[in-house]
Ligand binder design. Structure first.
Ligand SMILES: *Cc1c(COP(=O)(O)O)cnc(C)c1O
Length: 389
């Protein structure tokens, strides 16, 4: 066994894992054969569209697709992304300089700080957070300032409350809307303010748009690249994972400022060797069937949301329906901490949910449910929760 102290300082700087006890209870309940409903992880239960799978089959049969991909990916893939982007956001991207495919957006998000951050550079990360923001920043040696997201600031970091001194020192700001875990959405006015401050103070915005396509009730999420001045300061991350139920396929892309894309390409070309070509062809197919596919998926999540929230409401737990994502970010209706509440849900209801604290200190007092189970299972989950409320 390796000696413990062989771990690098950057590994030691990672935050401790908080869910040891919950994992232990879960293992015991599984062993006991309990009927567990897992609403913990943000991983769609729905299948990847058939057309996408068929395209993978046929592309994988062609020997010319078996070799190393190019680091910038297939030109037809980047061109298709640019077309889709124009259709969806009315933003024109140069497919040779402003788009790069990723092995899932997590990879790109985690690697990006290596492309722009020197040790002790200041980065601003809102929390509760998607953990790769923090770990990618830690690996790059950045100094991190966390920006709390809470009810008072409507789950949008209050950038204007930051001192000029902090803003001048800032090199990178992370934003993620529609947001995981809070399910909050940002309007264009907020993004305009952020872009204008980035231009004024000279920092970069990493915009995570993983949930841009999963929105309801007429809400349509903008790209930050729709905002004037964003092309000078922003890099935006997109994913096929949630939009097309392709979490296991590992494909996404980054787009935006061409220098930032080039720096990220240099990091990646020294670490990975690109996305398997048949997966790129399959992703092209996904964009081809986007319209029909996304309407179906949105309708499924909207119904799940309404049924789950409706059942909890009748049980006395009033939660505002989110306009986007498949998450329910709910204030815990008791004095229990988020870890205690999730332990109760697990032991008494056999339901797995994520304690808000797991996403950062400002998540305390909240629990996140992922709507990644069928309507009958969500009804069953709400029925069990009603009994312990
Ligand atoms: C799921 C998710 C992603 C996308 O991850 P992939 O690596 O593309 O599967 C990115 N950001 C957030 C906030 C997510 O929840």
């Amino acid at each position: 066994m390796l000696h413990k102290t062989y771990a690098s300082e950057r590994i030691k700087a990672l935050p401790p894992y908080l869910f040891v006890e919950i994992d232990r209870i879960k293992k015991r309940l599984l062993k006991e054969g309990r009927d567990i409903i897992d609403l913990g992880i943000g991983d769609p239960d729905l299948a990847t569209p058939d057309a996408v799978i068929s395209e993978l089959y046929s592309s994988a049969r062609k020997p010319e697709n078996h070799q190393y991909p190019l680091d910038l990916g297939l030109s037809v893939f980047r061109t298709r992304i640019a077309e889709w982007f124009k259709m969806r956001f009315n933003v024109e991207l140069n497919s040779d300089t402003e788009i790069i495919p990723l092995l899932g957006s997590k990879e790109g998000i985690a690697h990006f700080p290596l492309a722009v951050i020197d040790p002790a550079d200041l980065v601003l990360i809102p929390e509760p957070l998607y953990p790769p923001y923090r770990s990618g920043a830690i690996f790059s040696g950045a100094k991190i300032k966390y920006l709390p997201l809470n009810q008072e600031n409507n789950f949008m970091p209050d950038l204007e409350s930051l001192s000029r001194d902090v803003l001048k020192k800032t090199k990178l700001l992370y934003l993620n809307y529609p947001n995981n875990p809070t399910a909050q959405v940002a309007d264009k006015q907020y993004l305009e303010k952020a872009v204008s401050m980035a231009n004024e103070f000279g920092f970069i915005i990493l915009y995570d748009a993983a949930y841009s396509e999963l929105s309801y009730d007429g809400y349509v999420a903008p790209s930050i690249l729709e905002i004037k001045g964003a092309r000078e300061v922003a890099i935006e991350f997109h994913s096929f994972s949630k939009t097309f139920n392709m979490t296991g396929w590992r494909i996404g892309w980054a787009c935006g400022n061409s220098d930032l894309i080039e720096y990220l390409r240099q990091v990646k070309s020294n670490i990975d060797s690109g996305v398997f070509n048949p997966i790129q062809y399959a992703a092209i197919k996904a964009l081809d069937i986007y319209d029909k596919h996304i309407a179906e998926v949105k309708s499924i999540y909207r119904q799940r949301r309404d049924i789950f929230i409706g059942s909890l409401f009748r049980a006395g737990w009033n939660i505002t329906p989110p306009k986007a994502t498949f998450y329910i970010w709910a204030k815990i209706p008791s004095k229990l901490s988020s870890q205690e509440f999730c332990k109760l849900l697990l032991e008494k209801c056999f339901i797995i949910a994520t304690p808000g604290l797991g996403f950062g200190p400002s998540g305390e007092g909240y629990v996140r449910f992922s709507l990644v189970k069928s309507i009958p299972r969500l009804e069953e989950a709400a029925r069990r929760i009603a009994e312990v409320l």
